[in-house]
Design a protein around this ligand. Structure first.
Ligand code: NAD
Length: 249
């Protein structure tokens, strides 16, 4: 049985991916800072998928915490086939409005986490001569966005990091790809006023939001052998959001 470690698995896209991988008979290590929801959810899921799911409280921005996650994952499932670096936070504001601690926090959680996960998980993938890493970037890492400077900078780093990772690890049969979501219909997103949600829908040529399960399916494709010829890519899953140059018609 294959095993995936998913960060940010207690909510949103990470939770959706957890459920999808379990239903496709993978073992899942759910790594999340939120152990209140994480433990509860993992317990429910392990009733449905006995022996396949393990929750580990993790701060992906902390070296020791990620080291512990690696040790616990190996202890639980012996080998790791895929890592999904999905945990991320958002910071609002034009650049001069962003507080220094918020800047450091987003860089640590959205970018440094990928370095730490790689530092601890890739050596074992090199040894086993296979693996797949999937990072969650964002459309804001490709385009600019109003009041999202720190977030755009962090996700922009992820957008380019994937190419270097794919180049360095390809010779070990390790693939590395990014999912690039646009506005996605997670619980957090539903807090927006209806007019904002409608605005996002109207900005898509197919007139709808991306659903978290759309992201989860792409994560599965990239993580599994279904995506065995894909590496170093930023794959946009976003109902066409962001393809328009904004020229007046
Ligand atoms: P979410 O807030 O529902 O889930 C994020 C999870 O990450 C939470 O469970 C949270 O506890 C966890 N987390 C936060 N900090 C952590 C830390 N230090 N260590 C471990 N876990 C931590 O978010 P989501 O909407 O599912 O987003 C998932 C990813 O997709 C993020 O990287 C986000 O930036 C990206 N994204 C989201 C959207 C969107 O519209 N929702 C769009 C583009 C990109």
């Amino acid at each position: 049985m294959n095993t995936v470690v998913i960060t940010g698995a207690a909510s949103g896209m990470g939770l959706e991916a957890t459920e999808l991988f379990l239903s496709r008979k993978w073992n899942v290590v759910m790594a999340d800072f939120d152990d209140v929801n994480g433990v509860k959810i993992a317990k429910k899921l392990s009733d449905l998928f006995p022996g396949q799911v393990y929750f580990h409280k993790t701060d992906v921005s902390n070296d020791k915490s990620v080291a512990n996650l690696f040790d616990a994952s190996i202890k639980q499932f012996k080998t790791i086939d895929s890592v999904i670096n999905n945990a991320g936070i958002f910071v609002k504001g034009a650049l001069h409005e962003v507080q220094e601690d918020a800047w450091d926090r987003i860089m640590n959680i959205d970018v440094k986490s990928i370095y730490l996960m790689t530092k601890y998980f890739v050596p074992a993938m090199i040894e086993q001569q296979h693996g797949s890493i999937v990072n969650t970037a964002s459309i804001s890492g490709i385009t600019g966005d109003y009041n999202m400077a720190a977030y755009s900078a962090a996700k922009g780093a992820v957008v380019n990091l994937v190419r270097s990772m794919a180049l360095d690890y390809g010779k070990y049969n390790i693939r590395v790809n990014n999912i690039v979501p646009g506005p996605t219909n997670t619980a957090l997103f539903q807090n927006n006023p209806q007019s904002v949600i409608d605005g996002f829908k109207n900005a898509s040529p197919i007139g709808r939001l991306t659903e978290p399960e759309d992201i989860a399916r792409m994560m599965f494709l990239l993580a599994s052998d279904e995506g065995k010829s894909i590496t170093g890519q930023n794959i946009q899953v976003n109902t066409g959001f962001g393809i328009y140059s904004s020229q007046p018609v």
